[in-house]
Design a protein around this ligand. Structure first.
Ligand code: DC
Length: 229
């Protein structure tokens, strides 16, 4: 059976997961948040006193990290050594650790192969940094979703505010720009737009507009595939 896939890449805070989740729901595909896998390794390191800045230390511990993805009522849950840590990995600290460990080749090789195995069995919407370029080079549709760092910082501050946390806009923006820099300048699979990916700048778009846009692009892709037969 032929599987269909949508790759959504882009920088931190561009709204990939919100949009990807919705698109997957509409198309009845599985949504895979690949960032959660890097976060799981970051989380393990933070909780086991492993220095995320030392590649060898991280590599030496990878065999002790068992990551499993399960779906509960259609939502992805992530398990670290059989413990559900889905709700523990969304912090800024874990995000930083994830960004650091994601630079290492061995980390990437292991996670990319897990991601490819899932996409062999299921129709997926997958989001991350290297989905269109490395994980699913033959994805049915590739999207590069971005927004200005100011807009992303505003969204992040609003999210934190809703949780009762006061965040400084300029500091948040600086953190976002630092993460962008590391994610897009690393040697292994840096964040970049795949040649045949469609760029969507969501700075001035509503989430509904982004979703409609992606669904329409996907439908057009399928029509073109049919016509090419
Ligand atoms: O999308 P996120 O913020 O949950 O991702 C956390 C970090 O993981 C991000 O800063 C870079 C890394 N990452 C990656 O290198 N490749 C992916 N496909 C997904 C995430």
């Amino acid at each position: 059976m032929k599987n269909y896939s949508i790759a959504i890449d882009g920088p931190a805070g561009a709204g990939k997961s919100t949009v990807a989740k919705k698109v997957a729901q509409i198309l009845n595909f599985i949504y895979i948040d690949t960032g959660a896998m890097y976060r799981t390794i970051g989380y393990y390191c933070l909780h086991n006193n492993i220095d995320v800045d030392t590649e060898e230390d991280v590599n030496n511990n990878l065999d002790a990290i068992d990551i499993k993805i399960k779906f509960v009522e259609g939502m992805q849950r992530i398990f670290l050594n059989e413990v559900d840590i889905t709700d523990l990995i969304r912090t800024q600290e874990v995000g930083e650790a994830a960004s650091k460990v994601s630079v290492y080749k061995e980390v990437r090789t292991r996670l990319v192969s897990m991601q490819q195995e899932i996409a062999k069995k299921e129709n997926v919407v997958m989001d991350g940094r290297d989905i269109g370029t490395v994980v699913l080079p033959n994805a049915t549709l590739k999207i590069f979703l971005t927004a200005s760092s100011l807009e992303r910082a505003k969204r992040r501050c609003k999210e934190l505010e809703e949780k009762g946390i006061v965040a400084d806009l300029e500091i948040t923006r600086k953190e976002i720009e630092e993460r962008d820099y590391r994610d897009s300048h690393r040697e292994n699979s840096p964040l970049k737009q795949a040649d045949n990916a469609i760029l969507i700048d969501s700075s001035n778009m509503t989430i509904e507009e982004e979703i409609d846009n992606i669904i329409n692009l996907y439908k057009k892709r399928l029509e073109n595939e049919e016509n090419d037969k």
